[in-house]
Design a protein around this ligand. Structure first.
Ligand code: ZN
Length: 378
């Protein structure tokens, strides 16, 4: 954890949390009129009334929407403390417009409890986000006003990704709208001609996994971490075939579904999101059993039963042949975690249009959609 220099944002005597919030709205103005110096230079009476400043702040047990905080305190005047004020700011918003609602720093007022104290709240904590935090001790006076200590040093921490508990909640929401299952027989991947030329010439005829972008849920544990290759399996309900349009390029690599998805692979649910449209996307991961991608997913994602799930299945028919189905009402984005040899399928030009607007590269999830958001950090 890194320490940053303290910025002067102490409010010398907050009258109420509410007023504090208002003061924080114009943080820059407060900084301008803040007094220099510290309280130890004040009179002897002020010295006696001084509340202990939190020292050596430690953050632990960080999740996507909670953390534990503790600190050391001088035992002097400790019994006078009735409240803790916690000043929490998104680090990335330090220079952002503070008048926009989402950028308002959060000043939390907590009743003094034994430390460590758990701070939890999805309305002010987002997953995978850097925060700065400072604490002051406070004593509620007879008139409802607060006497406060100096602010502590400022420390930084980063909230965690969605845990499998949260991902399981997302999975259950996705199941609700998955719809009936349609048969499919191929996976396909659209790209530009240069992509396939490069795979042939520089990568020994193989498409190689690359790190997943930041599309989808902000707290997704695979964004920026899991390496894989995106495939589609959706078919048009009237033809039973892949659509001829694609946002990703005029060339399409297509291969039999069993080359990627079979009892030799594990299947994981990774994400559920939309982008301010009626369509919803589900990201699934196929990982060859025992591969490094499989190990990564095993620790972070809910596993799906190959033959029995609402999104994409692989099962055997009476003759022992593998049959594949995908959910009709979701757009599935399937990540395969190992290299794929082009000799396993064919590359051909598609006849349809390149629908750039439907691309999900680095797509931002709609945080207000009730269908695909869970009640934890966004
Ligand atoms: Zn949605």
């Amino acid at each position: 954890m890194m320490e940053v220099p303290r910025v002067g944002h102490s409010v010398s005597s907050p009258t109420s949390p509410c007023e504090d919030m208002i003061k924080n709205l114009s943080l820059d103005a407060i900084q301008l009129c803040e007094r220099a110096g510290n309280k130890s230079l004040d009179s002897g009476i002020a010295e006696m009334e001084e509340l202990p400043v939190p020292q050596n702040i430690k953050i632990s047990n960080i999740t996507c929407d909670s953390f534990k905080i503790c600190w050391d305190m001088d035992s002097r005047s400790k019994e006078r403390i009735t409240h803790y004020f916690i000043d929490l700011n998104k680090k990335e918003n330090k220079n952002a417009n503070k008048f926009k609602h989402k950028d308002v720093p959060t000043k939390l007022v907590a009743k003094a409890v034994p430390l460590p104290m758990t701070v939890r709240g999805h309305w002010f904590l987002s997953p995978r986000t850097e925060y700065t935090v400072a604490v002051q001790t406070a004593s509620k006076q007879g008139d409802g006003d607060y006497a406060v200590s100096e602010w502590s040093e400022i420390i930084e921490f980063c909230t965690a990704d969605y845990s499998t508990v949260h991902l399981t909640q997302l999975l259950e929401k996705a199941e609700v709208i998955a719809g009936r299952m349609l048969r499919f027989s191929v996976f396909y991947r659209n790209q530009h001609k240069e992509y396939f030329d490069h795979a042939r010439e520089a990568q020994n005829n193989k498409m190689l996994p690359s790190v997943k972008d930041n599309s989808g849920s902000h707290g997704s544990p695979i964004s920026g971490k899991l390496e894989g290759i995106f495939f589609c399996c959706n078919t048009e309900f009237n033809t039973g075939k892949p659509p001829q349009d694609s946002p990703y390029g005029r060339y399409r690599f297509q291969l039999p579904a069993e080359e990627l998805f079979s009892p030799k692979t594990n299947l994981y649910f990774a994400d559920f999101y939309c982008m301010y449209t009626a369509y919803h996307y589900v990201i699934l991961v196929i990982a060859p059993k025992g591969s490094s991608g499989d190990e990564f997913c095993k620790q972070r994602l809910p596993a799906l039963d190959l033959a029995n799930n609402r999104f994409m299945t692989c099962s055997e028919d009476e003759d022992g042949r593998l049959v594949f189905h995908h959910a009709q009402d979701l757009i599935l984005e399937v990540i395969y975690t190992d290299p794929v040899d082009l000799s396993l399928g064919t590359v051909a030009e598609i006849s349809g249009h390149q629908l750039m607007s439907q691309s999900t590269v680095n797509a931002k999830k709609d945080p207000s959609c009730k269908t695909c958001n869970i009640s934890v950090g966004r």
